[in-house]
Design a protein around this ligand. Structure first.
Ligand SMILES: [Cu+2]
Length: 150
């Protein structure tokens, strides 16, 4: 498992290769005019037990870590303080599940745009580590709306 993680980490962009957490398939959902919130999605694999504790982007006033769950047959999202990342286990952020919520968007996000996004990881017993990404925007279509319009 260890060697697989190292190999995967070396395939991704240089800034991420040094990271304790491998980030793959990151994308942000495109927005339409006047839409001020959207979601960011990706897969994370941490080398050591830890968590995602913070995210931010110059494109948004705030980036929150959200989870979605069924409550009385209704999908609801709520903010969580941190996303646990067990060592070696893939944690998926996807529509309908965990995601990063970008709110207070300063401009619409169009397909083909790249949005800077910083993720702060905290491995147990280690200093926090920031990973900076340029995340591509994918068009707004298909299923999997986030279920809230702020
Ligand atoms: Cu959300």
């Amino acid at each position: 498992m260890k060697s697989i993680f190292v190999a995967a980490a070396m395939l991704v962009a240089a800034p991420v290769a040094l990271a304790q957490v491998a980030v793959s398939d990151a994308w942000i959902r495109g927005t339409v005019a006047h839409q001020t919130a959207t979601g960011a999605f990706m897969q994370l694999v941490a080398e050591r037990d830890g968590r995602l504790v913070e995210a931010n982007s110059p494109a948004a006033a705030q980036v929150e870590i959200h989870e979605m769950r069924m409550e009385n047959d209704v999908m609801r999202m709520r903010r969580i303080d941190a996303l646990p990342l067990p060592a070696g286990k893939q944690v998926v952020l996807q529509p309908g599940g965990f995601h990063l919520m970008l709110t207070g968007l300063k401009a619409p996000l169009r397909e083909g745009d790249k949005v800077p996004l910083s993720l702060v990881f905290q491995a147990d017993g280690q200093a926090p580590q920031t990973v900076r990404l340029d995340v591509p925007v994918r068009a707004l279509h298909g299923k999997g709306g986030l279920g809230h319009g702020r």
